[in-house]
Design a protein around this ligand. Structure first.
Ligand SMILES: [Zn+2]
Length: 405
């Protein structure tokens, strides 16, 4: 980060130290579908006191609860990562389960996976011999999927659930804590669920390495990832809430098509309050990430200027990238006939005033000459195959040139 950015007061206190004095790291704008409970502005800030980086947001915990229950992709077990349905996902879940087996010290331990999605990690733990496995998720479809797989599926959130205090020997928060608005309250809720000797496994994206695994511009500065942990700040956040880190490390998660994702993890036990350290490295790393993302965004925008100007188009996919391109690129001014998305939670909603329809319904909205802009930078081959499999022969516009796709 260059210069000395202005210090101002955030609406959301620092999740790590509670201070409100912050400096802006990045501000982005989304266009969101109707009935979306979250604010469209993503404002990433660094705490002026401890250096922790997080999204300042006007949204309350209830808004996020509603989002994850009703709108999020995780509500559909077929679409949630962590289902173990793809080979790379299974590989990463098996690695995590293996680490947990080595740490836990006995397969008789009662383990709860909070934010379990469709239960892929629980399946991997079962393969290692664990028998008392529970998964909790705000989405009823996920809890049902977990039960179908032979584990205990529970509908609930960290502050609203039917579980008994002290019921578990181990709790897993894998790719959950970066989504949580009130980190100290979440960690206190976890502590209540554990036995006095219990352990917590936390895994989150590594904000200090976002730039190493850039797939789409600003992909990690989104509506869902509102805490940007580094190894130092994860350690700090756990310490500040009375958790001692017993073992920690970093990993690079495999994703389909050779993509990778940076993550850090920690095994912790309750230990009373410990001193937190200041961390300025994450803020600087995120400054570099912003520059990389902005340059990427500019390349996409130039391509959109050439390809969508003066003609009617369809946009395929209403994920985070599409919503951000509507807010910050030429796509926001384009003549969009209709949006298409396969996830049924979107159908019947509108985005930027246009309907979101299922793939099979597209042919009744536009003719076969109307180009389809693919609002994604990943899985392009399978998206194009899906378009053709729906009998659509419309021209296709990618956000990046074929050779660099
Ligand atoms: Zn702070």
């Amino acid at each position: 980060m260059t210069g000395d950015p202005k210090v101002w007061n955030a609406r959301r206190p620092c999740p790590q130290c509670g201070a409100v004095s912050v400096q802006t790291v990045h501000k982005g704008r989304y266009v969101l579908p109707t009935d979306h409970p979250l604010d469209p502005v993503v404002h990433v800030v660094a705490c002026a006191g401890c250096g922790f980086c997080f999204n300042d947001t006007p949204n309350a915990r209830e808004d996020y609860d509603r989002y994850y229950r009703d709108i999020s992709k995780y509500a559909d077990p077929r679409l949630s990562s962590g289902s173990g349905a793809v080979v790379e996902d299974r590989e990463r879940l098996r690695d995590t389960a293996s680490d947990i087996r080595d740490f836990a010290g006995g397969t008789d331990q009662r383990i709860l996976d909070i934010g379990c999605g469709a239960g892929g990690l629980l399946d991997s733990l079962a393969e290692f011999g664990f028998r008392s496995l529970s998964g909790m998720d705000p989405a009823p479809a996920c809890a049902a999927a977990v039960s179908e797989r032979g584990h205990r599926g529970v509908v609930g959130t960290l502050d609203n659930h039917p579980l008994d205090p002290g019921a578990f020997d181990g709790v897993i928060l894998s790719h959950v804590l970066e989504h949580v608005r009130d980190v100290p309250a979440a960690l206190a809720s976890v502590a209540r669920l554990l036995t006095p000797q219990g352990w917590l496994y936390v895994e989150v994206p590594d904000a200090a390495r976002y730039g190493e695994c850039l797939i789409a511009p600003f992909q990690d500065f989104n509506l869902e990832h509102i805490n940007h942990f580094s190894a130092a700040t994860l350690h700090n956040a756990l310490n500040a809430c009375g958790w001692e880190t017993v073992r920690n490390g970093s990993k690079t998660l495999p994703l389909p098509h050779g993509r990778r994702y940076p993550a850090i993890f920690a095994f912790s036990r309750p230990a009373g309050s410990l001193a937190a350290l200041q961390d300025l490295g994450t803020r600087d790393a995120l400054g570099a990430y912003v520059a990389l993302s902005a340059e990427f965004m500019q390349r996409i925008d130039q391509r959109l200027q050439q390809s969508v100007a003066g003609q009617r188009v369809v946009v395929w996919g209403v994920g985070q990238l599409t919503m951000r391109l509507l807010g910050e690129s030429t796509l926001g001014d384009a003549d969009i006939a209709v949006f298409v998305d396969s996830n049924p939670v979107h159908h019947g909603r509108t985005l930027a005033g246009r309907p979101i329809v299922a793939p099979h319904a597209l042919a009744s909205h536009v003719d076969a000459d109307t180009p389809i802009v693919i609002g994604s930078l990943v899985n392009l081959e399978s998206i194009e195959a899906s378009i053709r499999n729906h009998g659509l022969c419309n021209p296709i516009i990618r956000l990046v040139a074929m050779e660099s796709a």
